[in-house]
Write a protein that binds this ligand. Sequence first.
Ligand SMILES: Cc1cc2nc3c(=O)[nH]c(=O)nc-3n(C[C@H](O)[C@H](O)[C@H](O)COP(=O)(O)OP(=O)(O)OC[C@H]3O[C@@H](n4cnc5c(N)ncnc54)[C@H](O)[C@@H]3O)c2cc1C
Length: 385
Amino acid sequence: MLVVGGGIHGVGVAQAAAAAGHSVLLLERQGLAAGTSSRSSKLIHGGLRYLETADIPLVRESLRERELLLRLAPELVTRQRFFIPVYHYTSRRPWVIRTGLSLYAVLAGLGAKVRFRTVPRAEWGNLDGLTTEGLQAVFQYWDAQTDDVQLTRAVMRSAASLGARSLCPASFERASVGADACRVTYRYRDTDQVCEAKTIVNAAGPWATSLLERIDPTIPGLAVENVQGSHLELLGRVERGCYYMEVPFDRRAVFLIPWRDETALLGTTEHAFQGDPASVTPFPEEIDYLMTVYRHYFPGRPSDILDAWAGLRVLPGSQGKAFSRSRETQLPVDDPRQPRVVTIFGGKLTGYRATAQKVMRQLRKSLPVREPVADTRTLPLRAVD
Ligand SMILES: Cc1cc2nc3c(=O)[nH]c(=O)nc-3n(C[C@H](O)[C@H](O)[C@H](O)COP(=O)(O)OP(=O)(O)OC[C@H]3O[C@@H](n4cnc5c(N)ncnc54)[C@H](O)[C@@H]3O)c2cc1C
C-alpha cells in the first residue's frame, strides 16, 4: 500500500495497514505533521457542539476514540476540564447546555470521569480571570487534550515498529492505475523513483484534490472547500482548564486552551481560502476577531500575542456557514468494484484510528489476504523524544 501524506491520517493508515499484515510505504513531502496536523486546536474530543446538528454517530465514535487514546497514549493524551460560561446574553441557555452535556455524558458511557457539574458561584473568582459581569452559570465537563505533532510522530513510530516504511522528504508526483496494481512515481533525493502498489491512499489533507489530478485515469474529486482556521498563542498561563466561549455576535465557539508552560492557545476562526495550501496564514481580521472575543471574556489578562498560525479544514462545499457544515470524513474510491485509490477528505485528529479502519475496509477487495500482526485498539503510543 502506498500512503501519500504524513499527517495524522496518513500515519494512522500506515499503522492500520501494517497491523493488518500489509507492506506499506508512506511518502511525506515536507515533514511529519507539517500540514493541518500541527495546526489543530489539539483537542481529543467528542465534539459537544456536533450534538446541535444531531451528528450523534460522529459524537459517539469520537467519544469512543477519546477513551481509547486516553488509555493507549497516557503521555500524549490527557483528560482536561472544560468550562462553559453562560451570561445573560448567551444564546444557548443553561437548560440547553445542561441537556447537551447530559447527552454527551450518556454517549460517553456515564462513568465518573465523564460527569459534568455546575460550578458554584463561590468558585467563579478562580476561573483564570473570566469576567463575572452578567455571568449566570458556569458548567464544567471533561474532554481531552494532546500535542498533535507528538501524536502524529508516535503513531508513525508505532507503524514503523510493525514494518511500515516512510520516506521524508519524498513527494508523490503521479500514478497510473492498472487492472492489477498502480504504478507510482515519486521524487526522493532529487531523483524520480518508481514503485508498484496494489492500492494508494490519498491522505494529502488540503492537497488531496490536486493530488487526484495527477492520477491516470482521472478520478473525479468531491465538491470540497478548504476553510482556514487560525490560532493565536498568548502569553499567560491558564490554570484551571479550557474555556468554551460563545462569540456574542455570531454564536460560534472560541476556545481558550492551556498550552506549554506559560502560554495559552486561542482559536479558532473560519475564513474562506483559495490558493496554495502551503501559503495559509492568519488574516488580520481573524486576529482582531479572536482578540475581541478574548478581551470581552478575559478583560484583565495579558494580550501579548507570541505566535499566530492557520490550518485548513477540508469541508463539504456548500453555501452554508462553515461552522455548521458536517465534520464527517468522506472516503470516496476510484472504482467501487475494484478500489485502487481511496481519498480521505476532512476528518478529525480524534478519529484518525477509526478513519484508518474504514480506509482498510474500503480497500479490502483489492488487497491480498494477510494474517494480522497487531490490533490498533491495543497498541500503546509513546512520545517520541
Ligand atoms: C483550525 C483547525 C482546528 C482543528 N482542531 C481539531 C481538534 O481540536 N481536534 C480534532 O480532533 N481535529 C481538529 N481539527 C481537524 C484535524 O486537525 C484534521 O482533520 C487533521 O489534522 C487532518 O490530517 P490529514 O492527515 O488529513 O492532513 P494533513 O495533516 O494536512 O497532512 C497532509 C500531508 O500530506 C503531505 N503532502 C501533500 N502533498 C503531498 C505530496 N504530493 N507528496 C507527499 N506528501 C504530500 C503534506 O505535506 C501534509 O503533511 C482541526 C482542523 C483545523 C483546520
